[in-house]
Design a protein around this ligand. Structure first.
Ligand SMILES: [Zn+2]
Ligand SMILES: [Zn+2]
Length: 289
């Protein structure tokens, strides 16, 4: 089993060291994990910092990234011998003008994969329930789709990212607010989004955290996954978005079956920002052994 979206305690909303996550991964039979700590650099927000050894560090300082990189590489060395590969990733929060706010070290770090995520609308996070309502009150459903997919296309165009994470994240709290119509708001934007992704060779993630929020589908929903694949975007990573060690691998088995049922045959791992496809069948068999 693999899990490509994991938050260790460099962010204040996560608990557990890199070592604790690796221990939990081993215990739960995972073969490969990728840490994707948050890089939230919108300086107008009060969460634009990183935790290192329980101390707040400026997100734009380079030291924390050096610390993070060496801790993950060290873990790979340690746990590889026990059958667990540990990859170096990051989840970057996209907003217009982001490039100037990234730490210099971002461009010098040898990441295996870089996730680009749209959480923010006008500096409010739609991934946080209270903040999401500020956004929903302001936008009709079609405006929400227009803004969200507009941001995602801009995110692809920055050429900073390998993967778009959870590309219908607005469903997390929006499903309750707007109703089931929210499942369709990607449709007017799919051509433009998939053209951009194909051109810039950007892939997408299927994220299982929606199941922990009692939603029916992973993010994105099956019809959006199928639509992207039909347009030639067929590199997919899978991730639990674990924020605690015991959450690692959460929903991964279920999502493999879900993907297989809608006709997806492979998911991908990454090394030095190059994808490698793995048959879903072999991952399921591995688990059954
Ligand atoms: Zn995210
Ligand atoms: Zn995340």
């Amino acid at each position: 089993m693999i899990d490509y979206h994991i938050h260790p305690n460099y962010s204040s909303d996560a608990r557990g060291t890199i070592d604790e996550f690796c221990q939990s991964a081993l215990k739960n039979g995972l073969k490969e994990i990728c840490f994707t700590t948050h890089l939230d650099s919108d300086l107008t927000r009060d969460d634009a910092y990183v935790m290192v050894d329980d101390k707040k560090v400026d997100v734009q300082s380079n030291d924390w990234l050096v610390h993070y990189e060496s801790s993950v590489r060290q873990a790979d060395e340690t746990y590889r011998k026990q059958g667990l590969r540990v990859k170096l990733g990051i989840e970057v929060d996209y907003y217009p003008g982001i490039r100037e706010n990234l730490p210099d070290q971002f461009f010098d770090t040898d990441f295996d994969v870089i996730l680009g995520s749209v959480h923010l609308f006008d500096h409010h996070a739609i991934s946080v329930e209270k903040e999401s309502h500020k956004v929903f009150q302001k936008y009709t459903l079609s405006q929400l789709g227009e803004r969200y997919y507009g941001y995602l296309i801009n995110c692809v165009d920055t050429e900073l990212f390998d993967i778009l994470a959870h590309i219908d994240l607005y469903r997390r709290y929006g499903e309750q607010y707007y109703g089931k119509e929210i499942f369709n708001i990607w449709k007017p934007h799919i051509e433009q989004l998939s053209d951009a992704m194909r051109t810039k060779k950007v892939a997408f993630e299927v994220n299982t955290s929606s199941w922990r929020k009692n939603l029916t589908d992973p993010m994105p929903t099956g019809s959006l996954i199928k639509s992207l694949i039909a347009r030639g975007i067929d590199i997919i990573t899978i991730g639990s978005d674990a924020h605690y060690p015991e959450m690692i691998g959460n929903g991964i088995q279920r999502v493999l079956t879900y993907l297989q049922e809608i006709g997806v045959e492979t998911v991908s791992t990454y090394e030095k920002r190059t994808p490698q496809k793995i048959p879903i069948e072999s991952l399921i068999q591995q688990q059954e052994k």
